[in-house]
Each structure stands twice: as C-alpha cells, then as structure tokens.
Design a protein around this ligand. Structure first.
Ligand code: ZN
Length: 193
C-alpha cells in the first residue's frame, strides 16, 4: 500500500498557492479547488512510497526463449521539475529465463504505478527496467518510452506534440545488438509476427 497523504496540508498549500498567484481562493469556482486537488493527488500520485516490484507476480509456464513485447502501454505521470504532466506510451520487451514469465497485465501495471510518482522520464524508464529485472530475473529487458511533456509544449518553446524518447536496455539486450534491433523492429511495428 502507498502511504497516506496529508490531505489537510495539501489543501492549505493549494489555498496559499492560489493566493500567491493573485487569485481569490474564496470565489465560487475556486472554493472547493484545494479539496479537489487533494483528492486528485491521492489518485494520480498513488505510486509514491510503493514498492512496485513487490506487486509483480511471476508465473511458471512452459519454457519461452523469445522476446515478449507489450507495446503502447499508455501512462500519465508528473514531471518533478514543474509538477506538470508528461504522458505517452511505454513499450516493454523482455526475454524470460526458462519458464519464469510475468503476466502481461502486470507489465502494464508496473509502468502505470511507477508513473504515479513525481518522475523524470529517464528515471521512469530505468525503474520499469529494474522492476522487471528484479522481479523475474529475465535474460534481458528493454524499455522504450515516448512522451509529450506539457512543461515543454505548454510554454511554447517546442511545437505541440513533440515527443521525447528514452530507452533502457539490460542483460542480453545490452550485450547483443541483433536482439536489440529485433525488439526495436517489433516496437516500431515492422517486425514479423
Ligand atoms: Zn518539466
């Protein structure tokens, strides 16, 4: 379980923030905003303090020695530098060791729970890879994340829709360029199924 947030403190902070930016926290539309933000934090930051790795269940199936790829996992996170959203898609590929596999829905959940923290895209990518390595000790893992950062696009510095892409490889994906290329081709949809 994630730790319980101090809802009262969040409400006080949001009220102060509203005052500081020159708003009137008591006007009709803002009166319940501190409370709404506090409730929302419980939900969108539910991953804080959570050991995501412990939530991964490893299954035993028949031996599988090929790439398992879950692509286009949608996620929403908050950039820790600006507290603005970054969101996009994650692709997680791994090669099981023997018969130890991770449920496909669990891979999506790992991404989504790690995303529900104050994050940086690079760290999110690393953490997902570490969780998968730590939980199932596969032959290797590759994580690619493409995201739009509102702290960039809202401020007009970059064109709306520009994407930041990060990737992390561990184990066999690091050692073997061929395996890495195979996973990348699958992610880009040019691979043979
Ligand atoms: Zn930012």
């Amino acid at each position: 379980m994630a730790h319980k947030m101090d809802k009262e403190k969040i409400k006080q902070a949001v009220r102060l923030f509203l005052e500081a930016i020159g708003e009137d926290p008591d006007r009709e539309g803002l009166r319940r905003t501190p409370e709404r933000v506090a409730d929302m934090c419980q939900e969108i930051l539910a991953g804080i303090g959570l050991d995501v790795r412990e939530t991964i269940k490893v299954l035993q199936t028949e031996e599988h020695d090929e790439i398992v790829l879950v692509k286009d996992i949608p996620f929403y996170s908050l950039c820790e530098h600006h507290l603005l959203p970054f969101h996009g898609k994650a692709h997680v590929a791994y090669i099981p060791e023997g018969s130890r596999v991770i449920g496909i829905s669990k891979l999506a959940r790992v991404v989504q729970m790690e995303a529900k923290k104050l994050q940086l895209q690079e760290r999110l990518t690393n953490q997902v890879a570490d969780d998968v390595m730590g939980a199932a000790n596969p032959k290797g893992v590759m994580v690619v994340i493409e995201a739009e950062h509102l702290c960039m696009t809202m401020r007009g510095a970059r064109a709306s829709g520009s994407k930041t892409v990060t990737s992390v490889v561990r184990g066999i994906f690091r050692q073997r360029a061929v395996t890495r290329a195979e996973a990348m081709a699958l992610i880009k949809g040019r691979g043979e199924y």
